[in-house]
Design a protein around this ligand. Sequence first.
Ligand code: NAP
Length: 298
Amino acid sequence: MRLAIIGTGAMARYYAKVFDILDPVMVGRHGGPFLLKQGDQITRMTPRFLSWHDAHVSLFDVIILAVKWPAMPLVKQFLRDARQELLVISLMNGMGQEEALIPPLAPEQLMVGVTTDAVTAYWDNQAQLPAARVSAVGQTILPLLPHPLLPLWQKQLQRLNLTSSWKFFSSQAVLRERWIKLIANSVINPLTALANVTNGDLPQLPLWSLSTALIHEATHVAQAIGLSIDDDLSSRLLQLCQATATNKSSMLQDIEQHKVTEIDAINGYIVRMGHDHAIDVSTHQALVHLIHTLSQQK
Ligand SMILES: NC(=O)c1ccc[n+]([C@@H]2O[C@H](COP(=O)([O-])OP(=O)(O)OC[C@H]3O[C@@H](n4cnc5c(N)ncnc54)[C@H](OP(=O)(O)O)[C@@H]3O)[C@@H](O)[C@H]2O)c1
């Protein structure tokens, strides 16, 4: 199986290690060696690398998308000559992958899932190399799509002993999990970025009171598209902040590093869907505006 990992950041480095025996090719702007730190283990990796310019979609059977949203136009361009046999797996946060990539892909070629794996990219001063630290190995869930390569992909997961962490459910069940993660990200990411705090400090701040309106607006939109999310998301998000207390959210890191954030694919998506269904999403809209303003100031 010819596997490509699109991206060279935190998740891409982690997947390069997880799928090392498949000899994946990383596709991105810059390759080279990096360190992967998981628990006490540090591995130096130098996977095969091709630049966007030199890689061609026909070289691969399966592609894992591990880029941030600003790369989406490049991804779409890269996939424009995709054969019907290609299978693309996206575990990117945010929503809108289907709208962005179908076409050029056919619906059964794009498996959009969700993962609770957590990885942070950093620069290792001692080794003078880019690196990634795995802070949690969680669950990855993907939709069962009628794609001919899916059984082969499941076989590879079996071979790698990943069947208890990579699971397959119906498209509707995965969509519901994606919405739950979307809502969690739509609260924790922008609020920690605005307050410049780690996840654990957020619930102590007056800003946390916005979480009630954010959850209410987003679950209302989810209901309008036929998803019933009756879980107690307030308590779940509070627990998530506590369980990841020392983490800096990816949006806060993007702001600190003067990078474009994923706000348009997270809160921005909820705003677009809310407007389509005439639902009040003004708190999400305010956060989109504030994060754009903050990004421009930095
Ligand atoms: N990290 C996690 O724990 C985690 C967990 C679940 C989901 N996710 C999601 O997985 C995706 C990847 O996250 P990550 O943590 O790996 O991000 P990351 O470390 O910031 O890496 C992002 C990758 O996207 C590329 N990229 C960004 N903007 C680009 C542009 N305009 N043109 C071309 N390439 C661009 C970067 O290239 P350069 O390095 O060249 O800038 C890099 O290869 C995101 O959607 C994230 O929300 C992450």
